[in-house]
Write a protein that binds this ligand. Structure first.
Ligand SMILES: *Cc1c(COP(=O)(O)O)cnc(C)c1O
Length: 382
């Protein structure tokens, strides 16, 4: 029928009605008192979500713009950077750094695996001359559904002294994160993932160490210049015209999160992700990631023998109005992904797995079509 879709992709995510309405009002002056109050409330609210006492900047851009800001404000051309990559988004972060002239050394792990903190430590220990200026890592790799152990990685990077720059675009709000405690220097998160806000904003948190590095960093920057953003933030403004509705929506989203409580929100994501994994396995499918490192925000599932990803996603969309994500790049034909971050309820998970069973059966996969939803229900009973 197409009048209502169940959006089960890892961003953009479903937006609650109260957040939609927060943006549905006559435009306001982005240099007026009302916007100032909203920007300041959002900045303070985000500090609680990032668990940091340091600075946070709200930029108008997609997540990738925030990654660019995380590179150009803290590094100089020729800087040696260690890029720890476990998938497509880790590779993107590395590409941005090399585009701006960093000397990027890659430490790649197989798709579906997490980064091994011991291997990172071994590489950093070997760097006795302290050539490595920064370590780039993805907290939650959306392309493979794997979450890195950022606390452990933070520990080894702090021992070395390099800056730790993190893509947390799909992890914040869905997965536990502690900026100050874990020693992260720059953390990036986007509005359209677990924050439940439409696309358009990206948040960049900056530690004191990173703020120090910003003073001497020489990569070219203009739109994403955080020193300029800081000058304007002191006046309750942004340097350029921001996505005003999204800032008002972010304020509403942060209120929802305060009511739920961050720990409860993480627990909800963990519980629902567990139900998804149980359901998928009960349909006879295999997960790409090992369960010990599987993401609570997105699940990557190997498409079964004889079924094409495009056919499965097509049928799910056309017949059941359930939107699933495909695989990216080398995983394109091999996996599909179920996003379960942000505005997600038990109803969504059970419905998604029920329809997945029906679609798989229709495409010839030998399974009990109700087994996925049943296993999810069992998992949710606890
Ligand atoms: C979604 C996502 C991005 C990129 O976001 P855009 O908004 O499309 O630029 C980057 N990294 C991760 C881990 C993501 O999940």
């Amino acid at each position: 029928m197409g009048e209502r879709q169940l959006l089960m992709i890892p961003g953009p995510t479903a937006v609650p009605q109260s957040i939609l309405l927060a943006g549905a009002r006559p435009m306001i002056n982005h240099r007026g008192p009302e916007f100032k109050a909203a920007l300041e409330a959002c900045t303070e609210g985000l500090k609680r979500v990032f668990r940091t006492k340091d600075e946070i900047f709200i930029l108008t851009a997609s997540g990738t713009g925030g990654l660019e800001a995380a590179i150009v404000n803290f590094l100089s051309p020729g800087d040696h950077v260690l890029s720890v990559s476990i998938g497509v988004f880790g590779n993107r972060f590395a590409s941005i750094a090399s585009t701006y002239g960093a000397e990027v050394e890659k430490l790649d792990f197989e798709m579906g695996q997490a980064a091994d903190p011991a291997k990172i430590k071994a590489r950093l220990d070997a760097d006795t001359g302290k050539e490595i200026k920064a370590v780039l890592v993805t907290h939650n790799e959306t392309s493979t559904g794997v979450t890195n152990d950022l606390a452990a990685i933070g520990k080894v990077v702090r021992e070395h002294g390099a800056l730790l720059l993190v893509d947390g675009i799909s992890s914040l709000v869905a997965i536990d994160f502690r900026m100050d405690e874990w020693g992260v220097d720059v953390m990036v998160a986007g509005s359209q993932k677990a924050f439940m806000v439409p696309p358009g904003l990206v948040f960049v948190a900056v530690s004191k160490r990173a703020a120090e590095a910003m003073k001497t960093a020489e990569m070219p920057r203009f739109y994403f210049d955080l020193q300029r953003a800081r000058q304007y933030l002191e006046q309750g403004q942004t340097p350029w015209t921001p996505a005003v509705p999204q800032v008002l929506q972010l304020q509403a989203a942060l209120q929802i999160l305060e009511r739920e409580g961050l720990d409860n929100c993480h627990a909800r994501h963990a519980r629902l992700a567990g139900a998804v994994r149980a359901g998928v396995k009960a349909l006879g499918l295999k997960l790409l990631a090992d369960e010990s490192v599987a993401s609570n925000a997105v699940t990557a599932v190997r498409v079964p023998e004889g079924v094409k990803v495009a056919d499965l996603r097509g049928l799910m969309l056309d017949k059941y109005d359930v939107v699933l994500a495909g695989g990216q790049q080398s995983l394109k034909e091999k996996i599909f992904r179920i996003g379960h971050l942000g505005l997600v309820y038990e109803t969504d998970i059970i419905a998604c797995l029920g329809c997945l069973g029906l679609a798989l059966k229709e495409l010839g996969w030998d399974c009990d079509p109700g087994a996925g939803a049943a296993a999810a229900v069992q998992a949710l009973r606890g």
